[in-house]
Design a binder for this molecule. Structure first.
Ligand code: BGC
Length: 850
């Protein structure tokens, strides 16, 4: 049961004793007698200790943590509303102790403290395939607690030691991946109350553990955040009951059941129905099954603990009677982060896409940033959060949860000598650094600094950032190219073969070198901000060397990028790897590729976050809208059209026949490709910080596609920025609200004079007749569009016929209909430079104002 609130204080909270003081309390970690390793896992351990409290008690405070997941009780009342505590950190280095004010629960005289500790991440199964293992961080669960009883003149402590006793109860199997079994017939009534006879229980044993790992919480707790009623309840063909909650979530199902003692009910969780029936393929080996055995005491409420599931559907088996809507709820569970970003438009599909991004973020922030919440993984994959961090930081205050995770990353990096692919590390095999994954050591602190403007973020991470950067520096070849070693490349490019997701169309070392050039620049800036002049010089030189290496290896003099993939162009453009005169050529090629593909997405984890931004940067926002709005696979909206409620791991997670992609890499809830929302926030709504922490902001919405109305807000560290625009019957309206202490420049979209105005804090509104969106015809216009213009096309073809008499015009037109004229001309080296100029003049002379 949820009772009074936890008093949650961040590590800055002054009242809580530091970890050091707790160590001096005499408390030790205690556990039950060790058991042999079993595939089924161990039942949860029940701990109890009776204690007396004095009549003059002023305050009582419980400091508690566990290796495993702990549920504390005082006198039978569950303490706090935190679940899955203490979450998952790198237990070898950091174990979070949470403090609760329990004054109202302690009474003068006899009291009892109780705790149930489940396997959680410390001893439960973790990892997949050959790395799946139990007891990765400890051989058994263990509890650590200090109850501080403050009296007017002194403080008394009740601490975990061999006076604690251990037993068992209703909670049997309790795996994060596989689910819980709660057998209510085995619960020992009153086990956590004073006066309970615990003579049948065993004394707790001290479990060796380095108390130096105890740390204050940096992240908000994991809580039940929201409850969803069922959208529908029906029978399956197998005769089970299927409940649809209408939303893919992380959390669990709460049930009210009435039936005879010993009756068992099973709840299995699924993300998707195939052919109307639950499909469990996306879970891989995770059983995601909760079992309840009824005590037969009338309506009983069941809710799992010590686990969570990623699901939209629940399949119930063995119900003792018909299930009514009031008897079942989905409970959404994740880290309780404050919301900071909102975005809606006039297009319901785009809104659903954005909602899906928000949900995938929520579902993957259960204590730490994970890849997915449903299958036998749920790991802190470094690449996924690197791709998604700027989006995450717009939507929620992630300073705590990602700060905590970066503490773990740095601790593991210091121990292992490299940044593991997943943090906490469960792979334990040395892997050389790889772009987008390991370099989150640099790019995540950098992204958080951009969001929060807090130099302390960079100061705290500096050692980890430099160690990573120098490790890759040592791997570069003599030209400054990162040309060797394993790379994930543009992971999950839709063209990659099913059995090798790394083999997309972009050379993995091109991706690696481009990312490292970005990282070296971020390092240079970081060193500058921290006043580390020598380092700044070193990293600036490194950035220059890698950029030169990239250009030498992959970029032509005019600005074409090797491999001709959308990702290659997007990275070269966004990471500043091209000279100003190369940018238009690259932008045009990128736009051509995107148009040529009919706006089908062709990028994976590495390219997707940067693709639409690169199009906008080079003046091709219309193509970015084309990408956003395409509904056929592969595209952002295709899953939405199919009814997705979260972002899929891969573009083709559901195949055209409605079945789940059998690759084994098919989660319907991965946030990485949701990074498109960063473009929605910064370009479509146009809210973009121009200095860290939003001290200066550019507000430059760029209307496009079929959007007629957009509204967004972002709570910055100081206040909230709001933007709303609409286009109605040719009239453009823009309203912005700028917080105090923020210097904003507003670029009025579709303004006939292209106005950019500095604005003061406060509300501002402009209404004016919008000038047409598409610019005049130019060499950047697709050949097919030019051919539709009665004035321009005859003038262009006349020049072409003069200079290229052998040219088959029909073929030229059909091959290049979607390609910019300038690019199409690149293929005709016989065309002299003055011929090109004549064509430009022909386009200009005939151009209409559109
Ligand atoms: C995870 C990812 C991760 C990838 C890298 C997957 O199994 O789900 O999202 O980044 O592996 O190999």
């Amino acid at each position: 049961m949820v009772d009074g609130r936890v008093i949650y204080r961040s590590s800055a909270g002054a009242w809580r004793p530091a970890a050091g003081e707790l160590r001096e309390s005499g408390a030790v970690f205690v556990g039950a007698r060790a058991r042999p390793l079993s595939e089924a896992g161990d039942p949860a351990v029940y701990f109890r200790r009776a204690f007396d409290a004095p009549p003059d008690l002023v305050t009582a405070t419980l400091h508690v943590t566990a290796l495993g997941v702990v549920e504390p009780y005082v006198n039978g009342t569950r303490v706090g509303d935190e679940v899955l505590a203490p979450g998952w950190t790198s237990y070898r280095h950091r174990l979070v102790v949470r403090s609760h004010d329990v004054t109202s629960l302690v009474r003068s005289g006899a009291n009892a403290f109780g705790a149930i500790v489940g396997e959680g991440w410390a001893t439960g199964k973790l990892g997949y395939e050959e790395i799946a293992r139990r007891r990765r961080f400890a051989d058994r669960v263990a509890l650590f607690a200090v109850i501080e009883l403050r009296r007017p003149d002194r403080t008394e402590l009740v601490v975990t030691d061999d006076r604690f006793r251990t037993g068992e109860g209703a909670v049997r199997a309790n795996g994060v991946y596989d689910g819980v079994t709660i057998d209510a017939t085995l619960e020992q009534a009153g086990w956590n109350l004073p006066g309970f006879d615990d003579r049948g229980w065993e004394p707790a044993e001290a479990v060796e553990r380095d108390l130096a790992t105890l740390v204050d919480p940096a992240a908000p707790p994991i809580r039940r955040i929201e409850e969803l009623p069922p959208l529908g309840i029906r029978s399956s063909r197998r005769g089970t009951t299927i409940v649809d909650f209408g939303q893919n979530i992380s959390g669990w199902v709460r049930l009210r059941l009435a039936g005879p003692r010993g009756h068992a009910v099973t709840v299995r969780h699924a993300e998707v129905l195939v052919d109307g029936e639950p499909d469990y393929t996306t879970l891989r080996t995770a059983r995601a099954t909760d079992r309840y055995v009824l005590a037969g005491t009338g309506p009983e409420e069941f809710e799992p603990r010590f686990t969570f599931h990623g699901f939209r559907y629940a399949e119930l088996e063995g119900l003792p009677g018909p299930l009514s809507v009031a008897d079942v709820r989905a409970v959404v569970v994740h880290t309780d982060m404050p919301r900071t970003g909102w975005f809606t438009t006039s297009n319901p599909l785009v809104n659903r896409l954005h909602d899906n991004v928000v949900w995938s973020m929520r579902d993957n922030f259960v204590g730490l940033p994970t890849d997915c919440p449903q299958r036998d993984e749920r790991l802190g994959w470094t690449g996924d959060i690197n791709a998604f961090a700027p989006t995450a930081a717009f939507l929620y205050d992630v300073s705590g949860v990602l700060g905590s995770w970066l503490d773990d990353l740095a601790a593991e990096q210091a121990e292992l000598g490299h940044v593991p692919f997943v943090v906490p590390d469960v792979q334990h095999t040395y892997r050389a650094p790889t772009a987008l994954w390991s370099d989150t050591a640099v790019s995540l602190p950098w992204a958080l600094y951009q969001e929060y403007g807090d130099v302390g973020i960079l100061r705290r991470r500096y050692g980890s950032m430099t160690a990573f950067t120098r490790s890759v520096e040592a791997l570069l070849d003599e030209r400054g190219v990162w040309s060797s070693g394993f790379q994930f490349g543009d992971w999950l490019d839709p063209a990659a073969p099913l059995d090798d997701q790394k083999r997309g169309r972009t050379d993995p070392h091109l991706v690696a070198t481009a990312y490292f050039a970005k990282v070296a620049r971020e390092m240079t800036e970081t060193a500058r901000v921290l006043g580390r002049t020598d380092d700044a010089e070193h990293f600036a030189a490194l950035a220059g060397r890698v950029r030169a290496g990239f250009r030498d290896e992959y970029v032509t003099a005019r600005g074409r990028v090797s491999g001709e993939s959308a990702t290659a162009y997007a990275l070269a453009i966004e990471f500043g790897l091209l000279d100003p005169d190369q940018l238009p050529v690259a932008g045009r090629r990128l736009a051509d590729i995107v148009r040529g593909d009919g706006y089908a997405i062709s990028t994976g984890f590495a390219g997707t976050p940067h693709l639409a931004l690169a199009l906008t940067r080079t003046g091709h926002t219309d193509e970015a809208y084309g990408l956003l709005l395409r509904q056929e696979a592969p595209s952002f909206l295709h899953p939405v059209v199919l009814g997705a409620t979260t972002i899929w791991e891969r573009w083709d997670a559901i195949l055209p026949d409605g079945t789940v992609n059998p690759s084994g890499m098919t989660s319907l809830n991965h946030y990485a490709l949701g990074a498109i929302a960063h473009w929605l926030h910064t370009v479509v709504a146009g809210i973009e910080p121009t200095s860290p922490g939003y001290r200066t902001v550019r507000i430059a919405p760029r209307p496009g596609g079929d959007l007629t109305h957009v509204r967004a807000a972002h709570r910055t560290p100081t206040s909230t920025i709001e933007v709303e625009w609409s286009v109605d019957d040719g009239m453009m309206t823009l309203a912005v609200d700028v917080p105090p202490e923020t210097a904003a420049t507003v670029e009025l979209p579709l303004h006939p004079d292209g106005l950019a105005v500095p604005v003061e804090a406060g509300a501002h509104r402009w209404t004016y007749r919008a000038s047409p969106r598409s610019g005049p015809l130019s060499l950047d216009t697709p050949v097919g569009t030019l051919a539709g213009d009665d004035t321009v096309w005859p003038a262009v073809t006349a020049v072409l016929e003069r200079h290229l008499p052998a040219l088959d015009l029909d073929r030229f037109l059909s091959r290049n209909a979607h390609v910019a004229l300038a690019t199409a001309l690149d293929d005709h080296s016989a065309l002299p430079p003055h011929g090109r100029r004549e064509i430009a003049a022909a386009v200009r002379s005939g151009r209409r104002s559109r």
